[in-house]
Structures are given as C-alpha cells and as structure tokens.
Ligand binder design. Sequence first.
Ligand SMILES: [Zn+2]
Length: 508
Amino acid sequence: MVISSAQEMGQQAAEQAANFGRKAGSKLARKAAGRMAKSIKKLVVTLIKKFLIAAVKFVVAIVGAEGIVFFLALLIFSAILMAIPFADWFLKGGERTQAEETADRQYEQQFRDLSAESVAAIDNEEASETWKATLKNIVIPSWAIPVSLVRYQISHSDEKITLPDPKEIFANLEPTFTYMTVTDDIEYTKTITSCYRVVQVRDSRGNVVKDSNGNPITTTVDDPPVKSVTSSKMPSRKILSKVEIPFGTTEIPSAKRYYPGGSYEPNDEWQLMGTSSVGRCTTTTYKRWEKTMVDDRGIPETGFDAEKFKEFLVSKGVKEQNLDEFFEYLKAADPDFPVELYAGEYQEGDSLYTNADYTYTGEIIDGWVWPIAIDYRGINSSFGPRWGKFHYGVDLGGRRWPNAPILAAKAGLVIWAGARGTYGNLVVIAHEDGLQTRYAHMSAITVKEGEQVKAGQQIGKQGSTGHVTGPHLHFEVAIPNKKNPMAPMSQAEKAFDPMIFLGPLQDK
Ligand SMILES: [Zn+2]
C-alpha cells in the first residue's frame, strides 16, 4: 500500500512536468520536458524509497526486530482466533444464543450421563447404600475431565474444531470391574414337625369318660416336635472384587455374612418360610444363609497415581507446560472435583487416604521392617553425596501415597516427636543396640516422646513438612553423637546407609 502510493506520487510529478512541457509549445521543449519529467519521477521514487528504509530502520531501532515479529504474530493470532467457531464457547464473556446454550448443556449432559452409567454396576452389589455411593464417588470418571478436555482443545486449536464424541473421550476413563466367583454359599433349612394324637379321656381308675350321649370324650396330646436341619450349597455367584480406573486400583474386600440380618458374626437367627399341615402333623420351615459378600464395613482405599493421570492428559493432546491451565478448567467445570488429588498436590492432613489405625502384618527381618507402609520397596534417593552436600539418609515413598503410615523400623524408645527445622515433623527412636533411627517430613506424628514402640508400629504419616520438594519419608540410621543425640547427622558418631539394614526387605 505504502509502496504503490510512492509510485503514484512519482507518476503525478511526471505528469506535472509533462504539462509544463505542453505549455512551452515547441516539440523540442516537449522532448526536454519529457526527459525532465522522467528524471524527476526517478528522483521522487528514490527519495521516497530512502525515506521508507529510514523509517523501517527507525522502528527497528525503537522496538527491535523481535517487536516487529511479535506485532505480526499478534495480527496472525487474532485472525486465527476469529476464524475458530465456538472459540468463546466455554470462555467467559462468550455471547451465546439461548439455543446454543441449550446445545452446550446437552453436550455436557452426555458426559454426566456416561459417568453415571459407567458406575451403575455397583448398584448390583448387596451392600449398604452409603457404601455403594461412596465407592461410586471414588471410581466415577468425573465428567469434568472430558468437559475440560473439550475446553482445552477449543482454546488451543488453530483449526476449526469439530466437537469430539463424548464416548470416544470416555473410552480411557471408564472403570473396569473385576468379579470373583463365590462357590461356598450355604443355605440351611430347618424344619420343625409337630404331630398330635387323639386320646380318650380317662378317669382316675382308668375308665374311659363318656359324654351324656355315651360317646367317649377325646382330647389331643402333642408329640415331641421333630427338628431337622439340613444344609445345601447355593448356586455360584459373582461379587465385585476390584475396580480399576486408569489412575488407580480399588481392591474390594470380601467377608462372610449371616442372613437373615446380614451380620458379620455367626448367630442363630432363622427366617420363617411358612407352615404346612398334613393330617395331624404341622411342619414349619425356616432358613438361614451363610454368604460371602463384599465387605461394606469400611471405605475401600484407592491408590491414586497423579502422574498416570497427567500422562493420560498428555496422550490426549494437553501440552505438559499447559497442565496447570487444564487443572483450572477442571476446577471451573466442577467445583467438587478433587483437583489436588489428580494434580498430585494433596493438602497436608488430607483425611481422604489416611490409614489411621494401621496394623503391621508384614515380615520382620532381624528386627527390622520397611518404615513406610506401601507396597513399593524401592528408594527414590540414596545415601551419599548429593547436590554438593551429603545425603545422610534414604528417601522412600512419594506423592503416590499421600499420608501413608510411617512405621518404626525397629523396636525402641521415642526420644523426639515434633517439628525440627529442615526435618519438618520428625520422630527419632533410640534402639537398645545403640542405633538411632530418624523419620522426617511427616504430615502428622502419632506417637509421643517417651513412648516405647514395637517394630512396625505406626509413628506418623508421610508428608512434606520441612525442607522438601515433595512428599516422601527421609529415613536415617546412625550411632548418634554421644554428648548430643539430637546433633545433626554430620556430627553423629557414625551415619549408616539405611539400606544396610533395610536391604533384605527391599523389592528384588
Ligand atoms: Zn532425604
């Protein structure tokens, strides 16, 4: 645009010069005027070109080449944004018609319906309604996930978006149910048969008593009831044993229950099934049942792997650097969505997966147990030089196991239970053989100073207090400083690699 007007200006100047020549009248003068017009045109174009180059150089000097590139990119980006339909669909301030808003809600409703549908199988279990509702809440693929994926795709695509099929997005979110076959259900049947006899009434001398018509008077006498109990196997049945979601597994415990009543302890309750009479005998039938059922006495625990969830999002096209943005969509879509859990940033003291009354049932090798109650027996960071310092312990556990029980690695006396500098919440146990163990960064401590603890006894919960980058257990073993048992490890008489003691307990 600018260039072409420069040419126009040159053209104008040339025409003016030509007019001047025509006024002069002579052919020669016109020729001279023509040459003059050409050179004036050339001069004007050159001047304008020079001016433009100078102007561009000036702008580059002020805002820099990046500035110009940025400005152009901004222009292109706005053009693209305007080209995407629904770009402002989910974004605040988007103007939607009534009909479009209804369509939006219907689209979102499909996700809610699919969520509910995907956990409907839980309703088939014979368990308390509260338990079923709780389990559903644990394993339901939140509709907020697919809804947020759509929002993300819309705001990040530079192409016209076709809204994805909800079923397709759901394909990797639905829980899968595993069942076990129960074959040892027993049905007990008890029958009580009572018969009576008709006897003639006799007087004290043994003579039959007769009525006024001379007929013997009769009465009935009950025979002792005959009781029988039989048992039979019931048809095999399937009960829920495991629910897997892509980010964790929920094991469903089972237990024997006694019906009627459904108590977990054997009893002698029977259910009356009915009575039938044949002749002088009446039979009453009762039943009771012994069945293996899902154990609905507690809320099952679910291991949750936030990293796996993030991998899933990345596989769906969410860029790793945009995960925080995605979690914002989740919060906006569903205020009840447990974002912290899915993002791996649970709150300290979060009771969701706390195992408050933990009992150790694992192995004790030479008096030692693995000091964190998780099924993973590996180390995240070993004993030795690290980042220019010396790491006096091993790091165990991690964010996959929020609030996992921390256990006394060996029997001993608690000599410290509380916050201590970079250790955060710390427990220190003195052992009879002169060794000392330290457990750092806990979210909660469940023992007191002066308490004698057994190997495997819970002393606290894994956390991220003190100087940490994430939740884990920092575990140390040492012969402490004789004068000051609480002195830093660098002053201990000897700091050991804890794996010397935990090695035999480690995963092979
Ligand atoms: Zn550490």
